[in-house]
Design a protein around this ligand. Structure first.
Ligand SMILES: Cc1cc2nc3c(=O)[nH]c(=O)nc-3n(C[C@H](O)[C@H](O)[C@H](O)COP(=O)(O)O)c2cc1C
Ligand SMILES: CCCCCCC(=O)C(=O)O
Length: 379
């Protein structure tokens, strides 16, 4: 393990990079256009869930183990037959040109340099092929927004993801329509209507074939029609299974009964998430939903986690509760807004280093032993 004092000295000399999430957030606010920042920052409704996601972590406390050799820490994980160096993934965040002109291209390069899977959103600013081209060695997954309007468009995107070397499909199910986002209403800001999320659509043969004409207004209207999917049911999973050999994960599961249904539908993995408090306000904090889902799944498929992770200790709590891996959302996006590729890398590097220290101080040298730490609520 790298000498800790040296590491801390090195880090303290990188003055352009803030330390805390709140400082990145503040810098992103100063850097980004007002409406764009508000779109990323805010949760839905009265933001009950947005705030609960973070405060809930503080109710969980670790009971660490002692006198274990922690001179070497192995944080690697195995998922769907692949080994990854850390338990982190970059959550799908659409429309990254809002943060930085290089958008997802910068994020993909940073992720590649750290061997972190980047989950590319359906509504990315660049196409999945362009993103794969700039980071050919980086692990990449594709997040699908189902199109009830045109199912063939969903399959076409999945097929393109397979051809471009993506390793898994993440179907997001908590966004059948956009949440009640008062922040965006107040700022009158709609990045999809402004064309920030059209990268994948503009290269899709099915999407292009179905357009009445190629005027910008028609294109954007068609994207808006396709992105809402209120008719989505479990049947989509069955259909998707027939169309791809890639592992399928469902993102946005909170109820243990849905976790059991996912097993019945032979889903390959779950992501416990409430979309960072951006969808249904008033729902349970994601970390509080995790234990029941883990119990329901009973080790049959991997359960991943997101919403509210801001520091290494949050990630370790989720892992100790049974998550196999943790998705990072807003923190890396703010890194992108402030310092582009370097910003994403710095945010993730520090998170990884902090997680390593947290594991070492908890007596865990192999991440697979993380369940040896006890974790209790409401201490
Ligand atoms: C600006 C923004 C855009 C997002 N876009 C998507 C998306 O396109 N697809 C998706 O599945 N989730 C999307 N999410 C949700 C994230 O994948 C993740 O669930 C959420 O950011 C976790 O919350 P946190 O960032 O507060 O930790 C988005 C989140 C934000 C903040
Ligand atoms: C129908 C919902 C579209 C949302 C697109 C991007 C996203 O997921 C977000 O949270 O914003």
């Amino acid at each position: 393990m790298q000498n800790r004092d040296k590491l801390i000295q090195d880090i303290s000399q990188q003055e352009e990079f803030p330390f805390r999430f709140e400082d990145w957030e503040q810098k992103a606010k100063e850097t980004m256009e007002e409406g764009a920042f508000a779109y990323v920052y805010h949760g839905a409704g009265s933001e009950e869930t947005y705030y609960r996601n973070q405060s809930a972590f503080k109710k969980w406390a670790l009971i660490p183990r002692m006198l274990r050799d922690v001179s070497q820490i192995d944080m690697s994980i195995h998922l769907f037959g692949k080994k990854y160096t850390t338990p982190f993934l970059l959550a799908p965040i659409g429309m990254q040109k809002l943060a930085n002109g290089e958008g997802e291209l910068a994020t993909a390069k940073a992720a590649e340099s750290l061997d972190i899977p980047f989950i590319v959103s359906t509504v990315s600013s660049y196409s999945m092929e362009a993103i794969a081209n700039v980071a050919p060695k980086g692990p990449k997954w594709f997040q699908l927004y189902w199109s009830s309007h045109n199912t063939e468009l969903s399959f076409s995107m999945v097929e393109r993801a397979e051809n471009a070397g993506y390793e898994a499909i993440v179907l997001t199910v908590d966004t059948v329509m956009a949440g009640w986002r008062i922040g965006d209403m107040k700022s009158k800001f709609s990045p999809l209507s402004l064309g920030y999320g059209k990268g994948n659509y503009m290269e899709d043969p099915i999407f292009l074939d179905n357009l009445e004409n190629h005027e910008e207004e028609t294109i954007l209207e068609s994207i808006l029609d396709n992105i809402q999917h209120p008719g989505l049911t479990w049947d989509a999973i069955a259909q998707l299974k027939k169309r791809t050999k890639l592992p399928i994960l469902i993102k946005g599961i909170l109820h243990p009964e849905d976790a059991k249904l996912a097993l019945e539908y032979s889903v390959d993995g779950l992501i416990v998430s409430n979309h960072g408090g951006r969808q249904l306000d008033g729902v349970i904090a994601s970390i509080d939903a995790l234990p029941e889902v883990i119990k329901a799944v009973d080790g049959k498929i991997p359960v991943l986690f997101d919403s509210g992770v801001r520091q290494g200790i949050d990630a370790v709590k989720a892992l100790a509760l049974g998550a196999k891996a943790v998705l990072i959302g807003r923190p890396y996006y703010y890194g992108l807004a402030v310092h582009g590729e370097k910003g994403v890398r710095n945010v993730m590097e520090r998170l990884i280093q902090e997680t390593e220290v947290t594991l070492a101080l908890s007596g865990i040298s192999q991440l697979s032993d993380v369940s040896n730490i006890a974790i209790k609520k409401d201490l």
